[in-house]
Design a protein around this ligand. Structure first.
Ligand SMILES: [Zn+2]
Length: 246
């Protein structure tokens, strides 16, 4: 009788652990492919070289920043292995491979796109998002600890796995609604300062450089095809597409 109770308890424990592992694996599958390259790229981007005078990369840099209403000094850093460009509130980080393989018009479009992010307070929004993610991760950890160390019934494990998946989906959805409109907006700002052809050439050249599937959406970025289409969407369609189209 006792043995039966112990064995059934251990079966439940095994099931509980199996559920946890399956939950985490599903979570990794949901998030992994989209974030793996992003993290890998950051890890191996190499040592930054500060560009003393951004005019050497973008002729008329100061005037460009001023014409976009950006008063603060924006620094430019070049990374030897980065096949991408990012902006935070004071710095634009760009990869040497980008500078080497894009033509001058497309390079200017990349910079104007990044300045567009600075203009729309990109970093502030990302910080908000980071807080959401950290809170989510803390919540998940607490739930994991509670359910792992409490001898709850099997149901609680299933509940926790579902809760984790819901949390991850929520993070993906949050990215979709926060990050995608920012990308669309930065592309439209870029189009005001260089022409549409330049934005299209920057998007296609970056996709080629990064060997991206132009139809694939990511958590942080809509697909290249959607971003190109965005340049031609009317104001009314735009809102609908930015926020409601999957
Ligand atoms: Zn961007």
């Amino acid at each position: 009788m006792v043995c039966a109770a112990v064995s059934s308890l251990s079966d439940k424990e095994t099931l509980r652990i199996t559920c946890l592992v399956i939950g985490w694996l599903l979570t990794l599958v949901a998030v992994g492919p989209s974030s793996f390259w992003f993290v890998w790229e950051l890890v191996r981007k190499g040592k930054a070289r500060s560009v003393e005078d951004p005019n050497t990369v973008i002729p008329g840099w100061k005037q460009l920043c001023q014409s976009m209403g950006i008063e603060k000094d924006i620094k430019v850093k070049v990374y030897p292995n980065l096949r991408n460009a990012y902006a935070n509130d004071t710095t634009i980080k760009i990869g040497q491979p980008v500078l080497d393989s894009l033509n001058s018009v497309a390079i200017k479009a990349v910079f104007v796109h990044e300045l567009g992010h600075i203009k729309i307070n990109y970093v502030l929004k990302l910080r908000h998002l980071l807080v959401v993610i950290l809170v989510g991760v803390a919540l998940a950890t607490v739930m994991l600890l509670v359910f792992t160390y409490s001898a709850g019934p099997l149901g609680s494990s299933l509940l926790m796995c579902s809760a984790l998946l819901i949390l991850i989906s929520f993070m993906g959805i949050a990215m979709r609604f926060i990050s995608w409109p920012d990308e669309y907006r930065a592309d439209l700002i870029a189009m005001q300062y260089v022409n549409r052809g330049a934005v299209v050439s920057f998007l296609t050249a970056m996709a080629a450089l990064r060997k991206m599937d132009v139809t694939r959406d990511f958590y942080r970025h809509p697909s290249i095809n959607k971003r190109i289409a965005n340049l031609g969407w009317s104001q009314k369609t735009r809102f609908k597409k930015w926020y409601f189209e999957l």
